[in-house]
Write a protein that binds this ligand. Structure first.
Ligand SMILES: [Zn+2]
Length: 937
């Protein structure tokens, strides 16, 4: 701690010298109403109007798996599940049923998590127009706080669900961490408290062992209630007092939540392990140290320290990224940070994380450590610092400009972390003003000094963790230590920052003209037809104060290329995304764009070539310039592309080690009848890529701007955007009057197909997916909405039958959709599940019958009512969203389908018969594909 205090006082000198008026503490947002009831319960209430008429509710608890006894391992998490299985005012599935009736979806809006030291529940996006909904949600929080029923039969039903959750989560990474945890945390409870716990406990614990945990730890003094959204603060506070005051205060001798220490280690702890299903090699080199004391977290000094650290880590990350583009670099990616040691809040660590290339683990450690030491010895450069400052300022400005459109969850999570970890929650106004004042006063020397203090001087308290795929030769512990020590003894040169000081576009293109302007009143957009034949659709909005969305598309895509170009168009994004633009290489471009809030991403799908982009108002012109360059001047950056391809090669090498990867490849192959254009990429095939050919394809795709439609939605005005459109879009090369059509697009296999195969697995589980499809249903807005209802029914049905009744799976899921594939329309419904092999017959039976059950009307009308609530709520949220409008307008232009005008009316008119009929049409068509992967005996 000594070194760190020294550093803080250096900051303090600056702070005192230039900002004597500043308080030494961060000011928490004064608009948040907080308080503590006499029983010890804390609350936070914040009024927030974005989105309108929505509220989020949270209950945060300062307890988790660390509070478990040996016979309770896994019960903190088990308890979290029981919160949805019966409470005083919401018996049975009452919580899920009630919230669904107000448009809140289990999993998406209604959820919870359990970690080692905290358990947090949330109910999000509750409509606030009905006061009764707010009161009911507060009552749910109260039930969670002290009204869980924890009935015998409900507990028994949940054992299977949790066992299945363990099965799904039992990945190679999880197994590796779990079996080494005690070595990583010698002499600490952290080594024995993975929240998922022991299945021997989950399957067999006595009811009272769970109830004991609940009554011992779920107490008002360990809990906080958080309400954020479109609510009346006074009324909400009064209601909280009324409801929660009746909860008794803990007894004076009630157990205290005490911090679990993590002892220091003199000798390095080195864990090197492998797993048959591990796909990639990963290394973490960690130097443990004491964390910042809680009482310091609310000081300005700590804010400044954080700022300095984040600047340094950002600059270092950029150096490591630049280096990774060199062909002989021994790692795929690497980054360095300072924070929690694994998951213990009582110990921090300076951590280096690396994904090395095959067989180059020690080399990767050495070279990354050298970069850390190089920065410590020689410091960062002025040009790097200027870019890091630009980036920081740009994101601060954007946050500030959009300060009136912060979503409820951002606020809610802030108050959770204040309650759980004592982090302050300043208002954006406060942060903006303070950082605008402080940040520019911090010179580079100070950032460099701060970094030197962070970098560990020796190998004390060192922990190295190296998890590998099965087939690699493991390094020895000594190899890894030697790599670090060799880096320490190397004489290092200072880093040279190569920057290109010129504008993105040196000679401006000859601007074109807007030749025609048409307004569409119904959807509120304006269409410009340009002199080069391109069409631009704009919709200025006020949903967010500083946010612009861009999208462009044209028919064609990879469907216009034959099978021999398969690998070239399949790897389009990896190649084009790593090229440069204009006179800039990829890395020069990244540096030139630092601090600019503008991006454009090209992509190539089976039926379209398209561009996505976003920017703020200030950098809108940069977005236009990037787009112009993608259309006219892709700069082949062979070095960067080759480095990307070699990374992919390493990454894909052990792809088939993961059973889920094998399943997904097999599913695609079956689904597309082994069409070679749909096969998956592997590390061998990457070698066949012809970079020049990919660039040629990219050029062909954008050769005719007249064949594109361009969309801009967001916080701009017409006067600003018009000249930009004329300068950068009307000037794009085009062949007026020429339109491309879709080529031959891969189609789903017809008929009934069954593919069952087995595979060796570390944790046996069955994976099944069934898809019914047809091309006989026309794409209409009604059918799209009916598909949504069908999906809701499928999901509810599977959740009830497979999870709740059988306890055979953790997250069975259902889907239904209607979509375009070129000019064809494909309608599909599907069910999928990872489950217990012992229950294969019963689960498969339920899955196979699912669509038939819908066709026969075997579902309650209740789902209809609830789905209507949800769809209308989502639609209303969408109406205030730039992204949503971008897709609405582009769908209207491309397919003449209007998602706005009658949407609500159509949703409210949907009948049970329509859903049954939809399912019947899918069934009658006779196309059903079923793929199942079982564990090899
Ligand atoms: Zn769970």
């Amino acid at each position: 701690m000594k070194l760190r205090n020294l550093l803080l006082s250096a900051f303090m000198l600056i702070a005192l010298g230039s900002m004597a008026q500043l308080s030494p503490n961060v000011e928490n947002d004064p608009s948040v109403r907080t308080g503590k009831l006499s029983n010890g319960l804390t609350y936070y209430i914040k009024q927030n109007n974005w989105p309108e008429h929505r509220v989020n509710f949270y209950i945060a608890q300062r307890v988790g798996s660390l509070q478990e006894e040996e016979n309770q391992r896994g019960l903190a998490h088990f308890l979290e599940h029981m919160a949805f299985n019966g409470s005083e005012h919401y018996p049975g599935n009452g919580v899920i049923d009630y919230t669904r009736s107000i448009g809140v979806e289990f999993g998406r809006d209604l959820n919870a998590y359990t970690s080692v030291d905290q358990t947090v529940y949330n109910i999000n996006d509750v409509p606030s127009t009905r006061v009764s909904a707010i009161d009911s949600c507060l009552l749910i929080l109260k039930d969670w706080s002290n009204g869980l029923l924890l009935e015998d039969k409900e507990i028994d039903k949940e054992r299977g669900v949790i066992h299945e959750e363990w099965r799904v989560r039992s990945s190679a990474q999880q197994r590796l961490l779990e079996r080494n945890l005690e070595t990583l945390y010698p002499g600490s409870k952290y080594g024995k408290r993975m929240p998922i716990g022991l299945m021997s406990v989950v399957d067999n614990f006595k009811y009272n062992e769970l109830r004991d945990y609940y009554h011992k730890w779920y107490r008002p003094d360990n809990q906080a209630i958080i309400v954020v959204g479109d609510i009346d603060i006074d009324r909400t506070e009064a209601k909280i007092k009324e409801l929660f005051n009746s909860i008794p205060a803990p007894a004076p001798d009630a157990a205290k939540v005490v911090d679990e220490p993590v002892p220091d280690n003199e000798e390095p702890i080195i864990v090197i392990d492998k797993d048959k299903e591990q796909m990639t090699n990963s290394i973490q080199v960690m130097f443990k140290h004491e964390p910042i004391p809680n009482q310091m977290k609310s000081t300005i000094m700590y804010t400044m320290q954080n700022y300095a650290n984040s600047m340094a880590f950002n600059m270092l990350y950029k150096r490591l990224e630049e280096k990774s583009k060199e062909p002989d670099c021994p790692y795929i990616f690497a980054f360095v940070n300072d924070g929690t040691y694994l998951f213990s809040k009582t110990k921090d660590a300076f951590s280096i994380t690396i994904m090395p290339k095959e067989g180059q683990t020690p080399q990767a450690i050495k070279i990354v450590t050298e970069e850390v030491l190089r920065a410590a010895q020689h410091g960062f450069t002025e040009t790097e610092y200027a870019r890091a400052q630009d980036e920081y300022n740009s994101s601060l400005e954007t946050r500030y400009n959009n300060r009136n459109q912060v979503n409820n969850n951002t606020f809610g999570r802030q108050y959770c972390s204040h309650f759980l970890s004592q982090y302050p929650y300043p208002s954006i106004e406060w942060t903006y003003q303070t950082m605008k004042m402080i940040a520019p006063q911090i010179p580079l020397e100070l950032i460099n000094q701060a970094f030197v203090q962070l970098v560990p001087q020796d190998n004390s308290n060192l922990v190295i963790m190296n998890f590998c795929p099965e087939n690699v030769e493991l390094p020895t512990a000594q190899d890894l230590l030697t790599a670090i020590n060799e880096a320490r003894s190397e004489k290092l040169e200072a880093y040279v920052d190569n920057v290109k000081q010129e504008p993105l576009i040196t000679t401006m293109p000859k601007a074109g003209k807007i030749v025609k302007e048409t307004k569409n009143e119904k959807l509120g957009y304006t269409q410009y037809t340009l002199s080069n034949g391109a069409n631009v659709f704009i919709k200025p909005t006020t949903f967010k104060d500083d946010d612009i969305q861009y999208y462009a598309e044209s028919h064609g895509g990879s469907s216009l290329y034959g099978e021999k170009d398969w690998i070239n168009y399949t790897m389009f994004s990896s190649v084009i995304g790593n090229c440069g633009l204009g006179n800039f290489t990829n890395s020069e471009l990244k540096k030139a764009l630092a601090g600019k809030n503008a991006s454009v991403t090209p992509s190539l799908s089976r039926d379209y070539e398209s561009f996505y982009g976003t920017s703020n108002k200030k950098d809108l012109e940069t977005l236009f310039q990037l787009n112009y360059l993608y259309f006219t001047a892709i700069n082949k950056d062979e070095k960067a592309v080759k480095s990307e391809l070699s990374k992919l090669e390493t990454f894909l090498k052990n792809k088939d080690a993961m059973p889920q990867m094998v399943f997904s490849d097999s599913l695609t192959n079956t689904l597309y009848n082994h069409d070679p254009r749909c096969r998956s990429v592997n590390s061998e095939l990457i070698k066949d890529i012809d970079i020049d050919r990919v660039i040629q394809i990219a050029k062909e795709r954008v050769a005719n701007a007249a064949d594109f439609t361009f969309y801009f939605v967001g916080s701009f005005d017409e006067a600003t955007i018009k000249p930009l459109i004329e300068q950068y879009i009307a000037s794009l090369p085009s062949q007026k009057g020429k339109k491309e059509e879709f080529g031959d697009i891969p189609q789903y296999a017809k008929g009934k197909i069954l593919n069952e195969f087995s595979r060796k697995m570390q944790t046996p589980q069955v994976t099944s997916r069934i898809i019914w499809h047809t091309d006989a249903i026309p794409y209409t807005i009604e059918n799209d909405i009916i598909a949504e209802f069908t999906q809701a029914v499928l999901r509810t049905m599977l959740l009830e039958k497979v999870r709740e009744d059988e306890g055979a799976a953790y997250s069975p899921s259902g889907s239904a959709s209607i979509s375009f594939s070129g000019n064809k329309v494909i309608t599909q419904a599907g069910v999928s599940c990872n489950y217990n092999p012992e229950k294969k017959d019963v689960v498969l039976g339920i899955m196979r019958e699912a669509l038939k059950d819908i066709a026969n009307g075997n579902f309650s009308d209740d789902i209809l009512v609830k789905t209507k609530e949800k769809l209308v709520k989502d639609y209303e949220t969408g109406l205030k969203d730039n992204d949503y409008w971008t897709s609405v307008i582009s769908y209207y232009i491309d397919h003449n389908i209007d998602y706005i005008s009658n949407y609500k009316k159509i949703v409210n008119k949907v009948t049970k018969d329509q859903i049954c009929n939809f399912a019947k049409q899918l069934l009658n068509n006779g196309n059903c594909i079923e793929v199942t992967m079982v564990p090899e005996q």
